[in-house]
Design a protein around this ligand. Structure first.
Ligand code: MG
Length: 157
């Protein structure tokens, strides 16, 4: 078994969609990024790549490459999962945390688990998504952006 962890953060800006865990969430602003800004998927990709000893998301999908401008982060996630499969590695489980003061995310958590499990090729029960606030402290607490962390366990298939 191989363990990996990932972390990411993105800043809010008005006039952008907010997408977390592949699920679009109604909000008055979204996250700035070269891609669609899905900070949860970025943390998850880094955890998967880390477990496999394959570096990080920036190495595989550089933000200087126009091919990834505005890209759906699920496409990146599926590519990461495919490169793990080439190495006979699959996901045993993932445990994910979103750190955001607002919006309220609990209504969207089950859909995130289902969506991510589809891309990871495992049962939704193996993809645990949590959301927490920083009690109004720090950049997430002030509503400047959203952060996410991910832990994964890979197994050889
Ligand atoms: Mg990112």
């Amino acid at each position: 078994m191989l363990i990996g962890q990932g972390f990411d953060a993105h800043r809010f800006a008005p006039g952008r969609r907010l997408v977390l865990g592949g699920v679009e969430i109604p909000h008055d602003q979204g996250l700035i990024a070269h891609s669609d800004g899905d900070v949860l998927i970025h943390a998850l990709c880094d955890a998967l790549l880390g477990a496999a000893g394959l570096g990080d998301i920036g190495r595989h999908f550089p933000d200087t490459d126009a091919a990834y401008a505005g890209i759906d982060s699920r496409i990146l996630l599926r590519r990461v999962v495919a490169s793990l499969a080439e190495r006979s590695l699959g996901v045993h489980n993932a445990d994910l945390t979103i750190i955001a003061q607002r919006p309220k995310l609990s209504p969207y958590i089950p859909a995130m688990s289902r969506t991510l499990a589809e891309d990871l090729g495992c049962e939704a029960s193996r993809v645990n998504v949590k959301a927490t606030t920083m009690e109004e402290m720090g950049f997430t607490g002030r509503g400047e952006g959203i952060a996410a962390s991910a832990a994964v366990l890979l197994t050889e298939r």
